[in-house]
Design a protein around this ligand. Structure first.
Ligand code: MSP
Length: 639
């Protein structure tokens, strides 16, 4: 339904403190809801905590607290963390809220009245960690796959929800709506599961075993199974069945979850909705896990990443950007601080930060800090039309955001930033400034760049709201106005000429990586290298001893991602360390002939002495080694 958007996160269990995984899902929901606000959609964003069940009682006992006091405390940690990460939710729901409990009872009664809940004795294998029964088939080596403990055999009379009755209906619905569950791999996973007979779901727990739950409306000796309670938060929060919010937003519902809770959301939940006579949600969006060095993040492994620590160390916007840019939605990703620093230095400090400060500095230098008036928007014959580039970027960005492909949306913005960097090089404003007849051209070039930056500031708003606002302020705009509205972003030429530009600041200072020294050749330095260098004479040039070298062996250097150790033949054997691993694999280099500076003073890089330097062309997207046209003796001089 266009014009409305309702997004939810899972409601998190309060048996553990919030970590990177919870922060990722919730930041993602924030990014999506900010994006929908940009497009003008009425948007509602729900998050909260899941507070009933065995797990919570056990965690409270461990802390020596009553369940009530314990859930209040941990729920508070979640609720207070989100604003620190600039997550703007509309509602924070708790399953212990009286209004939620009333809705759970109401829906249970409806389904019971319809005859979809029955009472029966059941003997089965129960995992207390998962709070559910397992079938033999689901166990791995006789153990619960999640908790790796053997479930206990228990026999109990309980209430069951007739899920089996809806199995074929659900298959038909998923097949008729191919993006009901997305990305596709998770739809396929659910369909594969539905190929086996669906067992009815045990939805009660006897009070003799568990009291911390919502009492069944039709039998006070039982409480509700935690998933039956938790899933209903998505409608209870909207005031089901009569609330205005429910009427306004439920038809536009989309959920975000990770793959761990695909089954409850992809199977139980649609069937519960159908049985209760509530229309289904629109999309279930399923993402992968953040792993730490290939293993799952867990308290027991001691590798839990604290979001606030990362925020304090690297800055909030950089942290949010990294999460959105580095995870391909749907797939697992490996988290490391090295990768985070790499992104900050390359994408943020170098590509965006340098462009921003260079353009503002040029506008201040050539136009006294006032946005010039362009003569024509398309600008000079540079082979680049920034207005068209911006339109293409907007289109790709919008499509990617609608499809939950956040990394692609960011790539589209960074491709545009790359084009702007290229535009600076090609138009060379510093040259135009020297030519008396090129004033109009210079005005247009600088205007186009400032206008491009205005568009970038709006497009990054969902992911980096502070940086977007900072850029606006430095473009002489009101940072509190809704500068990120899609309709203004798509109108080229909106930045008013005459705006005064305050002195530029460094948006993202570079982070020095102590274990990774600046490599011999580093694409991150491309922008600095681009500036013309002062003239040199023949004598200076001839002091360089350039030679052809044959690469004999190439191998990575531990702890230095960009560096390769090269054994070369330059008429003699040498070791050269080169920062080229982003563009070349070691196995592709062996036998290649390259050009090296043979008389460069040796330097120690990551414990290896580099005796010379390999030459390469360094561009924004990677580097290309300087080679010779046909095979020639190693050691041959290059002049
Ligand atoms: N309480 C249930 C959800 C009920 S929703 C009606 C629950 N809670 S949880 O605290 O375990 O949260 C699980 C969710 O936290 C995942 O689905 C995901 O959104 C997030 N993540 C937890 N660990 C994660 C990673 N390592 N990586 C990415 N997201 C992860 O399940």
């Amino acid at each position: 339904m266009s014009g409305r958007f309702y997004i939810t996160t899972p409601i998190y269990y309060v048996n553990a403190r919030p970590h990177l995984g919870h922060a990722y899902t919730t930041i993602l929901a924030d990014v999506v809801s900010r994006f929908h606000r940009m497009t003008g959609d009425a948007t509602y964003f729900l998050t909260g905590t899941d507070e009933h069940g065995d797990k919570i009682v056990q965690a409270a006992q461990k802390e020596g607290m009553s369940p009530r006091a314990y859930v209040d405390e941990i729920s508070g940690l979640f609720r207070n963390l989100w604003p620190e990460l600039h997550i703007r939710y509309d509602q924070f729901i708790r399953t212990t809220d009286p209004s939620h409990k009333a809705v759970v009872k109401d829906i249970l009664q409806r389904i019971y009245n319809e005859g979809d809940i029955y009472f029966s004795e059941y003997e089965g294998l129960y995992c207390f960690g998962c709070e559910r029964f397992y079938t033999e088939r689901e166990l791995v080596d006789g153990k619960c796959p999640d908790h790796e403990v053997a479930p206990e055999a228990i026999k109990e009379s309980n209430y069951f929800f007739k899920m089996s009755r809806y199995q074929q209906w659900l298959i038909d619905h998923i097949e008729a709506h191919p993006d009901f569950i997305r990305p596709e791999r998770y739809k396929n996973e659910v369909l594969a599961f539905l190929r086996e007979p669906l067992e009815d779901l045990c939805i009660s727990r006897p009070k003799s075993r568990l009291q911390w739950g919502i009492t069944l409306p039709f039998d006070e000796n039982y409480v509700t199974y935690v998933w039956f309670d938790a899933l209903l938060n998505y409608v209870s929060a909207l005031g089901y069945p009569t609330g205005d919010l429910f009427h306004q937003f439920w038809p536009a519902a989309q959920h975000i979850v990770a793959k761990d809770i695909l089954k409850p959301h992809g199977i139980y939940w649609p069937i519960m909705l159908k049985a209760a006579g509530i229309p289904l949600y629109h999309h279930l969006n399923v993402h992968g896990y953040w792993n730490i060095a290939e293993s799952k993040m867990s308290k027991s492994l001691g590798n839990v990443v604290e979001p606030l620590e990362l925020k304090n160390k690297y800055g909030l916007d950089a942290f949010r950007f990294f999460l959105m840019r580095d995870m391909v939605f749907g797939l697992d990703s490996s988290f490391s601080e090295d990768a985070l620093v790499g992104r900050i230095n390359a994408d943020l400090a170098n590509d965006l930060g340098n462009l921003f400060s260079r353009v503002i500095a040029m506008a201040r230098k050539y136009f006294d800090g006032v946005v010039p008036t362009p003569t024509a928007h398309t600008g000079p014959e540079s082979g680049l039309n920034l207005m068209q580039e911006a339109a293409d970027c907007l289109e790709q960005y919008r499509k990617a955001m609608d499809n939950f492909q956040f990394h692609k949306a960011m790539m589209a913005v960074w491709a545009f930033i790359g084009q702007m960097n290229k535009y600076v090089d090609v138009t060379a404003p510093w040259e135009l400034a020297k030519q008396s007849g090129a004033r109009n051209e210079l005005e247009t070039v600088i205007y186009n760049l400032l206008e491009g930056l205005r568009i970038v500031s709006g497009l990054i708003h969902p992911v980096m709201p502070d940086t977007g606002a900072k850029m606006q302020r430095h473009l002489g705009q009101d940072p509190d106005a809704p500068f990120y509205r899609m309709d203004t972003l798509s109108k080229w030429g909106t930045l008013p000429s005459g705006n005064r530009l305050p002195k530029a600041i460094a948006l993202f200072p570079r982070i020095e990586q102590t274990p990774d020294p600046a490599p011999a050749v580093d694409t991150a330095g491309a922008a600095e290298l681009r500036e013309p260098k002062p003239e040199i004479d023949m004598e200076t040039l001839q002091r360089m001893d350039l030679r052809v070298a044959t690469i004999i062996r190439a191998e990575p250097i531990q702890r230095a991602k960009k560096l390769l150790k090269l054994e070369v033949d330059v008429g003699e054997r040498r070791t050269i360390v080169a920062g080229i691993s982003g563009s070349y694999r070691p196995e592709d280099l062996e036998g290649k002939q390259v050009v090296v500076v043979a008389n460069l003073k040796p330097a120690k890089l990551m414990g290896t002495v580099s005796d010379g330097m390999v030459l390469a062309a360094v561009g924004d997207t990677g580097l290309s080694l300087v080679t010779v046209d046909h095979a020639i003796d190693p050691g041959t001089p290059v002049q």
